[in-house]
Design a protein around this ligand. Structure first.
Ligand code: APR
Length: 308
């Protein structure tokens, strides 16, 4: 194929995303990890699924960045999960070191790629990738909002007993408890949910969306979500490779938009072959704007710890 997507980290999220990209025949896929054998084994398994899926994508597993050369998109899912006894800051510092070294290698081998960070804490890791890569902001696009929106769409569809395809949702802010779902801009077949659901139900849905990741972590006991994150990555890759100009919520480096300066925060953007082709601005109420700034402040705290 004439498109190449590299996924760094062959764990749960990385492997799920790689499989989705190959199944949909969006590109050839390179799966890279520091673990020896794991990316090779998973990639071969995926490749052997391709005849059944009707896909001619090639899937390669590797430990060598030379194999990633010339990628159109590099998705970064490498990182550590928080272990018992590890503070949030410990995790932050450990993933910072991983993301920094991964980014240096990515830039060396694919200087023109679009980088899609996925590793948490997402917005802070995006900032690390942006600073280390020195890429223009159009080419560093964090995956979070598509996942958060998908969660909210799931809950709205189930509450109203309608197809998920009829739902459309806006989620702004950092990827965490402070995210800002916007019910006013969230619709079912074009009708705002504020006209379809009472405020108590909307509050419940909003809270469940904001703690959507934690809900899965608690159920799994070990590890975190990967099916929906994998699908979210695939949707963004699809929008970029097909130059769809699709408006999706992504973590981007804001330079004054929404009153936020020099910080990665989730906002709606137009995704196409150039990466971020437009930052979409919508009017926020005073309350929504305050919630967004509060969310940005939470991201800023982490970024300040990392000094990036
Ligand atoms: N280079 C390449 N791969 C690495 C590196 C590195 N320097 N360090 C760790 N990895 C790999 C691990 O070997 C592991 O295979 O990253 C992978 C992470 O996989 P999982 O532990 O299964 O984590 P996963 O559930 O995939 O989540 C990855 O995405 O959604 C976020 O919060 C999640 O930050 C986490 C990330």
């Amino acid at each position: 194929m004439n498109r190449k997507v590299t996924v760094i980290g062959s764990g749960h999220v990385g492997a799920t995303a790689a499989r989705g990209i190959a199944d949909k025949e969006l590109a050839d896929v390179v799966l890279l990890d520091i673990l020896e054998g794991v990316p090779q084994g998973k990639a071969l398994d995926m490749l052997e699924a391709c005849p059944i899926e009707g896909s001619d994508s090639h899937v390669l597993g590797t430990n060598d960045y030379a194999d990633t050369a010339g990628s159109d998109i590099v998705v970064i899912t490498a990182g550590l999960a928080r272990k018992p006894g590890m503070s949030r800051d410990d995790l932050l510092m450990k993933n910072h070191a991983i993301i920094k070294s991964v980014t240096e290698q990515v830039v060396l081998h694919s200087p023109d790629c679009i980088i899609m960070p996925v590793t948490n804490p997402l917005d802070a890791m995006c900032q690390v990738v942006y600073r280390v890569s020195k890429f223009p902001r159009e080419r560093v696009i964090g995956m979070a909002g598509v996942l958060d929106s998908a969660r909210m769409r799931t809950f709205i569809a189930s509450e109203l007993n309608v197809s998920v395809e009829n739902t459309h949702v806006f989620v702004l802010g950092g990827h965490g408890d402070t995210m800002v779902p916007l019910p006013r801009y969230s619709t079912v077949a074009g009708v705002p949910i504020t006209e379809l659901l009472d405020s108590k139900t909307i509050d419940r849905i909003v809270k469940r969306t904001a703690s959507g990741g934690a809900e899965i972590v608690k159920l799994l006991g070990t590890g975190s979500a990967y099916y929906a994150p994998g699908s979210a990555i695939v949707e963004m890759v699809d929008a970029i490779l097909k130059d769809k100009k699709k408006i999706l919520p992504c973590a981007v480096f804001l330079q004054g938009e929404y009153g936020i300066h020099d910080l990665f925060v989730g906002v709606p953007v137009k995704l196409g072959s150039q990466g971020i082709e437009e930052i979409v601005k919508i009017t926020l109420s005073a309350e929504e704007q305050a919630a967004l700034l509060k969310s940005a402040a939470a991201v800023k705290e982490l970024v300040d710890v990392l000094k990036v």
